[in-house]
Write a protein that binds this ligand. Structure first.
Ligand SMILES: *[C@@H]1O[C@H](CO)[C@@H](O)[C@H](O)[C@H]1NC(C)=O
Ligand SMILES: *[C@@H]1O[C@H](CO)[C@@H](O)[C@H](O)[C@H]1NC(C)=O
Ligand SMILES: *[C@@H]1O[C@H](CO)[C@@H](O)[C@H](O)[C@H]1NC(C)=O
Ligand SMILES: *[C@@H]1O[C@H](CO)[C@@H](O)[C@H](O)[C@H]1NC(C)=O
Length: 435
């Protein structure tokens, strides 16, 4: 058992590292954010561009305070005008001493989305003005895209040819972007579809997420219980790290009430003091056993005193998700990234205006669902930890699971860890081969 556990740990570490360094997520293998540039008009010294950010990820989203797009100009470009977004700084425009000044003269501008409701109509374009928030593709068909328009010119001593900028950055922790490459020009529908126009040229830069790059410590953990087992198996101690040990004790005033923070910046979590020290805690309870069905209750709790999680989501891997009969109080979507008929992964998210916001600790602070699963007589069992999830992700970040040795077990059954270790090793080995 000792050797197996060691092998298990080593494989897990290798597995997590390999997938995270490359930003490759086997549950969302095509997930990415695309920055698209459509050159709409171009003459020396005057170029019109439409920039689109599209979140092509099944479950990851960009939350408040939103994206902050940066790039590096190749020549001495300036931005004369912007619709649907603005730069954070104008920079030094003293070369244009006479007449109106450009909107931005920086070599490396930072662009932010306009705030919802605040932008005057003449400075809006479609898909703009959502404060930089991009929903996940599964949760929303419209708000996973953001767009703005720019008029680009150049300094007086520059010939004013258009060159695609480089070194893109979306300003969201965990993402890194490639340089843009030229793609097939975007087509636009005109005259109710009878006529199509197209961009003069189109480029795309691809940004991918890596949890490893986003933060060194995990952001959530999982605890387990079952009707046939007397104890609750808690989250592992210090799942989310205990070294940065500032936490709020019961009765203490959370810091968000004490200090004003800049709404433009992501606030680092301040958690309620627990043994796991995670901002998010997921509990999986095997609740009832029927003849043909069984019932699970999932609870997500917020221990972060600094944040309400809007449009939160959970991704769960469990073999019985292929036979989901009913999901109560949450939305559900089966994820089948490889179209290979294996649908053991599902995504859960809140019902709009009911439980789509997971309120900060101190408020209600949790959301719950129950699932009814149909027993598949070939593999259904309460033995060997089978009834528990293989993986859980909250907002796209992997949650820490208890050790298989500690899983609830049926009276007089063997430890499930051997089986799970071997399965995990095989699974990770396959992943390593793929990556
Ligand atoms: C602003 O730019 C001009 C030339 O465009 C330069 O002469 C001047 O020194 C710059 N000012 C500052 C404060 O950098
Ligand atoms: C993008 O291009 C610039 C200039 O050619 C280069 O310095 C940079 O390393 C490239 N970035 C990436 C991520 O390839
Ligand atoms: C979270 O939502 C509650 C209730 O709507 C609100 O009172 C609180 O200020 C919000 N917290 C943050 C950090 O925005
Ligand atoms: C999973 O796939 C099986 C077989 O392809 C299908 O019968 C079942 O309805 C699917 N389940 C879900 C939840 O999509």
């Amino acid at each position: 058992m000792g050797i197996l556990n060691l092998l298990f740990t080593v494989t897990i570490i290798l597995c997590i590292n390999s997938s995270h360094i490359h930003g490759y997520d086997p549950l969302d293998p095509y997930g990415k954010i695309i920055i698209k540039w459509d050159l709409l008009l171009s003459s020396p010294g005057h170029h019109e561009v439409k920039v689109t950010l599209e979140n092509k990820q099944e479950y990851r989203h960009v939350e408040k305070p939103g994206w902050k797009l940066r790039w590096h100009w190749v020549n001495k470009e300036v931005i004369w005008d912007m619709r649907g977004a603005e730069t954070t700084e104008q920079g030094n425009c003293s070369a244009f001493a006479s007449g109106t000044l450009p909107h931005c003269c920086l070599r490396r501008p930072t662009i932010v989305d306009l705030l919802p409701g605040a932008a005057p109509l003449n400075s809006q374009v479609s898909n703009c003005c959502r404060g930089g928030v991009l929903t996940s593709m599964s949760q929303d068909h419209i708000n996973h895209v953001s767009a703005f328009h720019m008029s680009i010119g150049s300094f007086p001593d520059d010939p004013g040819e258009f060159s695609m900028p480089y070194n893109f950055d979306i300003g969201v922790p965990g993402y890194s972007c490639d340089n843009a490459t030229s793609v097939v020009p975007t087509k636009y529908i005109a005259d109710k579809g009878r006529h199509k126009t197209q961009a003069l040229a189109t480029w795309e830069a691809v940004c991918v997420y890596s949890q490893f790059r986003s933060s060194q410590s995990p952001k959530c953990c999982v605890s387990l219980s079952a009707f046939y087992y007397q104890n609750i198996v808690p989250c592992p101690v210090c799942s989310c790290g205990c070294s940065s040990s500032h936490c709020v004790k019961p009765g203490e005033t959370p810091p968000y009430l004490q200090q004003k923070h800049n709404p433009e910046e992501e606030v680092s979590p301040v958690v309620e003091c627990t043994k796991h020290m995670c901002p998010i805690h997921i509990h999986w309870h095997v609740k009832v056993n029927y003849r043909e069905y069984w019932r699970v209750k999932i609870t997500a709790s917020n221990y972060n005193t600094m944040k309400n999680y809007s449009d939160w989501n959970l991704v769960v891997l469990h073999p019985n998700l292929k036979s989901v009969q009913q999901v109560f109080s949450f939305n559900y979507k089966s994820l089948t990234p490889y179209n290979d008929g294996i649908n053991d992964t599902g995504m859960f998210w809140g019902v709009k205006f009911y439980n789509d916001v997971l309120l900060q600790a101190g408020e209600i602070g949790n959301v719950q669902t129950e699932l009814l699963l149909k027993k598949d007589m070939v593999d259904f069992t309460f033995r060997e930890g089978w009834a528990f999830p293989r993986r859980i992700l909250f907002n796209g970040d992997e949650c820490v699971m208890p050790s298989p040795d500690d899983y609830p077990r049926l009276p007089n059954s063997v430890s499930p860890s051997a089986v799970i270790s071997i399965l995990t090793i095989v699974f990770c080995f396959l992943l390593l081969l793929l990556a």
